[in-house]
Design a protein around this ligand. Structure first.
Ligand SMILES: *Cc1c(COP(=O)(O)O)cnc(C)c1O
Length: 371
């Protein structure tokens, strides 16, 4: 079976370093907020250029903490794309606020600025206070930030960049992690930069927000954890995960290069036969997924033909959030592009360790199946 994401190949290359890093943690025994946590945060800031990098328990908690730091609560509306992983909207609902689903641009799979304007108007019609936007960099491709930032400035909205899939990408020469009021990411194992369990991080250039987040992730601590100056939670990253990420971050730039080489190979092979991902020159992607768009019933046929040849594919995501049982009751604007995307998308195997023979084999199989 071809691997959809080959985490074993990555591990084989750095196993001795990971073993040593884990051993060091077992030796010093500071499992919670040990020295590796602060080291990782420094390394993340060096990597992406954010003034403050805060590690946390996972990408969902990163979003929750961000919303808590921005004081989101009942009566507030937060505009989110419908075509994303559920965590993007779930955190809004959990805080008692209302997610207003906006549609995507079918070519980028990311939130559409025209639809944001509609969602803003709809929120007002429902007597909600639009507070901000969570833009998602789906599949590793940054959203259309210059247009979104312009709208946020005009309307006095904050912007959270949900970069769970795009840490390591760039937008107009700006690194992901430095865009928006707050950026969040996830180190879930299958993300481009993943740990060996759950992990996440939050980035901001705002000193006050960083201070609030630091307190919130440890029970709203003041001078210490038994001095509680605000309502917080437990959302720390384990020292062991930080130790693993320190080693993985060292090879991450090379991995992003390898992902881009594979994406380019896929582009060249598929550009004349199917809709390939559209990445403008001003953007680089981390290729969390390489996602084709295929009309009609051909998508499902292709998936089953490839499955018959032990080539795995995945449909990210099969149901847009505005149609999900748990979310369909929220006020909504037209999200037809999100619906179309769920019917057309198919993600191919993508990881930095694929050999030429395997990518040739996948390309051949896709071409034959679509012929
Ligand atoms: C993975 C993901 C999250 C959540 O991250 P976890 O670490 O799994 O909690 C949030 N948003 C998007 C877009 C994601 O892909």
């Amino acid at each position: 079976m071809t691997a959809f994401i080959d985490l074993q190949a990555q591990q084989a290359g750095i196993r001795d370093k990971i073993d040593l890093a884990i051993t060091k943690v077992l030796d010093h025994g500071q499992y919670i907020m040990g020295p590796e946590v602060a080291q990782l945060e420094t390394d993340l800031s060096v990597f992406c250029g954010a003034k403050h990098s805060l590690s946390c328990s996972n990408g969902t908690d990163a979003l929750s903490l961000a919303l808590m730091a921005l004081n989101v609560g009942a009566g507030d509306a937060v505009i989110v794309p419908s075509f994303t992983f559920v965590a993007t909207a779930e955190v809004v609902s959990l805080l008692g606020a209302t997610p207003i689903f906006a549609d995507i641009d079918i070519n980028s799979f990311n939130i559409s600025t025209e639809s944001i304007v509609e969602a803003y108007t709809l929120a007002k019609q429902h007597d909600l206070t639009p507070k901000g936007i969570i833009a998602v960099d789906l599949f590793g491709r940054p959203a259309d930030y210059s247009a979104i930032e312009k709208y946020c400035t005009e309307q006095g909205l904050w912007l959270i960049s949900d970069a769970a899939q795009s840490f390591g990408a760039t937008y107009q020469n700006r690194n992901v992690g430095t865009i928006g009021t707050i950026t969040t990411t996830s180190f879930f194992p299958a993300k481009p930069l993943g740990c060996y369990g759950d992990g996440g991080a939050i980035f901001t250039d705002n000193d006050d927000i960083a201070q609030t987040l630091t307190s919130m992730r440890i029970h709203g601590k003041g001078s210490n954890k038994y001095d509680n100056i605000r309502i917080g939670t437990n959302a720390r990253m384990d020292t062991l995960q930080a130790a693993i990420l320190i080693e993985k971050l060292k090879i991450f730039s090379d991995e992003i290069k390898a992902r881009n080489i594979l994406a380019q190979k896929y582009h060249n092979a598929f550009k004349d036969i199917v809709q390939i991902p559209d990445i403008p020159d001003e953007i680089t992607s981390t290729w969390a997924q390489y996602t084709l768009r295929i009309d009609g019933g051909r998508r499902d046929n292709l998936a089953s033909t490839l499955k018959g040849q032990d080539i795995p594919t995945v449909v990210y995501y099969p149901i847009p959030l505005h149609l999900q049982k748990a979310y369909q009751h929220y006020p909504q604007v037209n999200c037809s592009a999100s619906e179309l995307a769920t019917q057309q998308v198919l993600s191919l195997p993508m990881h930095p360790y694929m050999d030429e023979q395997t990518s040739d084999m996948i390309i051949d199989a896709v071409k034959k199946a679509l012929a």
